[in-house]
Design a protein around this ligand. Structure first.
Ligand code: NAD
Length: 256
């Protein structure tokens, strides 16, 4: 279904980005990976698939490196047809103590990077008559939690950005949507599980149970494979008229 398409997934050396990249590749897309994780391990996830792979180490906090990554994608696998803005970081702290450099980094990586990748690829998608922009926001793009001010601001911003660009592209073949996961057990969340286990003096399993019980009514983590299949669905003709939507995949978190 996606054969011949080029998909760029930012932050795809682990977690959700890797899951989405693998799902898109399973349906035929060629993939540009990006991120700071173990690149060779990430590439091994694709060995059983018939897809072309590229990798660019751009720091999503650095606009000039983002421009280099888009140029690299175009020169190796061709123009970007599917853009998945997924790279993201977290820092947990009361706002009075929030380190200024952490605030700046979270806004740059979680939000501003999507502006740069979008501004550099949207015109090409429009001119070719087809494109998909999928922004990985969060339940924290829809509701808040204490001590996550920068993350919540960045993800609410990303949902707003999604809607605005979706409207700008509304009469074209390019759709722009957001995916809003609740808890997904990735390295980003494992750090929060570890902090919880240390703070409460409990086991890893108990820390996970407490984390889920607090927010996620299903008491189950969303999986990266589930998010990958949603991204694939957004690339099908059935999703041609889904524009500016934000999909909760959160076990009921935002329904409360
Ligand atoms: P993760 O830590 O496994 O993956 C993050 C990826 O981003 C990694 O590949 C990392 O190397 C990359 N990255 C980090 N900083 C970068 C930078 N400056 N430049 C380029 N790449 C960078 O985390 P994840 O949980 O898979 O998170 C992926 C996205 O999903 C993030 O935007 C996160 O906010 C969002 N999200 C995660 C959850 C969850 O529960 N895990 C829930 C909602 C939203």
């Amino acid at each position: 279904m996606l054969t011949g398409k080029t998909a760029l997934v930012t932050g795809s050396t682990s977690g959700i980005g890797l899951g989405i990249a693998r799902a898109l590749a399973t349906h035929g897309a060629n993939i540009i990976l990006n991120g700071f994780g173990d690149v060779e391990a990430a590439k091994r996830e694709f060995v059983d698939l018939d897809c072309e792979l590229g990798y660019h180490p751009a720091d999503m906090g650095a606009p000039s490196q983002i421009a280099d990554m888009i140029a690299y994608a175009e020169s190796t696998l061709g123009p970007v047809d599917i853009l998945v803005n997924n790279a993201g970081i977290q820092h947990v702290s009361p706002v009075e103590d929030f380190p200024v450099e952490k605030w700046d980094a979270i806004l740059a990586i979680n939000l501003t990077s999507a502006f740069h990748t979008t501004r550099l690829t949207l015109a090409g998608m429009k001119s070719r008559g087809w494109g998909r922009i999928i922004n990985v926001a969060s339940t924290h793009g829809l509701v808040a939690s204490a001590n996550k001010s920068a993350y919540v601001a960045s993800k609410h911003g990303l949902v707003g950005f999604t809607k605005s660009v979706a409207l700008e592209a509304a009469t074209t073949g390019v759709t722009v949507n957001a995916i809003c996961p609740g808890w997904v057990l990735t390295p980003l969340v494992q750090k929060q599980v570890d902090a919880r286990a240390a703070a409460d003096g409990v086991s890893d399993a108990e820390a996970k149970r407490r984390l889920l019980a607090e927010k996620q009514p299903s008491l189950q983590f969303t999986t990266t494979a589930q998010l990958g299949e949603l991204a694939v669905f957004l690339c099908t003709p059935a999703a041609d008229n889904i524009r500016g939507a934000a999909f909760n995949v959160d076990g009921g978190w935002a329904a409360q």
